[in-house]
Design a protein around this ligand. Sequence first.
Ligand code: ADP
Ligand code: ZN
Length: 526
Amino acid sequence: NMPEATANTEQLAEALLSYWGYDSFRPLQQEAMECGMNGRDSVVVLPTGGGKSLCYQAPAACRDGVAVVVSPLISLMKDQVDALTACGIPAAALNSTLTADERRDITQRLRAGEIKLLYAAPERLLLDGTLSFLTQLKVSFVAIDEAHCISAWGHDFRPEYRGLKVLREALPHVSMHAYTATASEKVRQDIASQLELRDPAMLVGSFDRPNLVYRVRRANQKLKQITAVVDRHRGESGIIYCISRKEVERTADALRSLGVQAAPYHAGLSDKERHRNQDDFIEDRVQVVVATVAFGMGIDKPDVRFVAHAGLPKSIEHYQQESGRAGRDGLKSECLLLFSPGDASTWRRMLASSDDQQAFTAAMRSVDQMCDYANSVTCRHKSLVEFFGQDYEKPNCGACDVCLAELETVDEPLVLAQKIVSCVARLEQRFGGDYTSKVLAGSSEARILNAGHDRLSTYGLLKEFKPPVIRDWIEQLVGQGYLRKEGEFDVLQISETGLGLLKGDAEPRLLSPSAPAARQKKKSAD
Ligand code: ADP
Ligand code: ZN
């Protein structure tokens, strides 16, 4: 159902064509742009690549006055200002890297009403001088990019975003518009309330990317698994994300030694090297970029055919953004996630350096959700779409490892799951996954014998399996919601559905212990 065409619509369509050469709106762009035109507050949630920037750029170009755009990263601001200038829309960015001359020039052009979009980071905008200067200008509206940064529930909380509500006091008659790629229902509500939006239009795009095939695998032979995905896509562009710079370098070197044109990308390289590698990738002189998460912000290559993660991403939002860089042209593309149980502790170590306890807790919650996704045996499309607060109706997506039945599952998952959950019950829900798996495996570790847990009826109930195998199943049951981890020590708790499972009322799915463990054994033998 197309929204009604108004005079605004025509003006917007004309701007789209004359400045950008686009002849149609992407989903929800028109609605979002109309809010910018008629001054209704809005929260716009579109996935990466959905065309959020145009949602404020087009109305800004059409309206009188200057639109103030809040953006967190100076490098992104610069890219946007350059792109707008190239389209013939006068734009500028206020930031700490400006010389006095440049600043004076921008001030003059703003006073003369010559600038259509003014970008600034929140901390700069909130300086008294900047605010009082803005009140002297004709401001068309305020656009807040990456608006999830305002919410401690989001994956990238930035305290300086909290101050943005003073814009409302300083510019009471100016509408405010928030944009993000990454909002669960909770974050969305939080954005609206933190910014004190007035009856905002909530525009939430579809997060499903039906052309992406999602796969999740345990990283048992990481380099081999990565080479295999590169091989499947000979001559096609792809991105490989690693957690650390060291791993980026190691992986890029290994691929190059196999004759793959691969370039590294991470914050440790000089600006020049990074730009060169990025350009080489965009212009197809390099097939694969091996990168930390820093890569891809603001780049728009339509024909990326695969995105592989060599380790667990930091959050589902990050995963959605990073994997979402594949297949922007709508053609079938592959997203492979390789993860190890140790990835979560790697993140814990890396995030622990933050001295903001609230931010750390929120960040670890995001890592845990990502673990649950990796361990779940539910349709990947469904999990992702539901994470972003939307319904997914298709019973079989036909485009994920689960629905394609690529994952080997055990034959009698219910019985197996019942054994595990009843052991958690026997242990009075006071122990973690490690301990519980050892009790089930019948380990004779001193702490188990001392506690008398060798006398439990569930002791050794799964003695034909090694503790790490049982441990994985526990994670899978957590991922499927039958068990929960609680507190600092991840003590296992039985959920409502877990109680149902004990009564036989559940359909858990558990992966075969197969490949990883077996191969690891072989490796240590030779
Ligand atoms: P987001 O910020 O949501 O990730 P962008 O604003 O960067 O997305 O847009 C992604 C790409 O889509 C950009 O190359 C942009 O120029 C392009 N784009 C945006 N809107 C349209 C449209 N209506 N028609 C064609 N291309 C568009
Ligand atoms: Zn599926």
